[in-house]
Design a protein around this ligand. Sequence first.
Ligand SMILES: [Zn+2]
Length: 205
Amino acid sequence: MLELEFIVEKDRLKFFCSFFGREYTDDLIEESSIFLSKVKRNWQENQSIFENRSKVFFEGLNFGPSVKVSILPEYFKLGCSNTDDRLILFGQPIRSKNFSSAIITHELCHILLKSNGYQNPPIIDEVLAMLSELPFYRNGIDDLDKIWPDAELDEFHLAAKKIIINNHLSLDKNFRDHIRSLEKTLSKDLLAFRPKVGLLRNLTT
Ligand SMILES: [Zn+2]
C-alpha cells in the first residue's frame, strides 16, 4: 500500500513566489489548502484505479516509505518530483476530472523507478511516467493526446507522448517488459535524448 502525505508548506510557497516574481501573502496558504482538499479527495476516490488498473504495470516495484505531495496554487503550473526526497510538487490547473491523480501517479512513477534502482535512458522513464497517467483518463491515449496538446509540450515530452501513441502502448504489460521492448525499438537518438535542464535543476518533470 502506497502512502501519500498531502501538505502545504509556507516556506515552499514563499520560495516559488520569489522564484516567479510574485508577492507572497498569507492568503496563498488558505488558497493552497482549499486546493489540497480537492486534490486529496480526488486521490482518495481514485486510489482504487492506482491499485487495480495499474497493478500489472507497477508489479514488482517496492513502494517504500510515504511520498510527500506539496500543494501549490494551480496557476503556479508546477507538476514535478524530486526523486531523491520522495517529494512531489503539484500546482497545475485541472485539465480533466482525474487530472491531479494522473499527474501524481506520473510523478510517483519517476520516484518509484529511481528508488527501485532503475537507471533507464530518460526518455524511457518519461514514456513510463506518461503511460501511468492513462487509467485516470476516460479515453486513454486519445485523452492523453488532447490533455497534453503538442504545442504545450517541450520536445522531450512531445517525443515521449508520440512514442506512446505511435506504438499503442498500454498498461496491460509490466513496466519491465516496456523497458525491454523500448530499449530494443527506440532509435539511438531517442535513447540519448536528454530533457533541457531548467532553473529547477534538481527537479525532474
Ligand atoms: Zn515526467
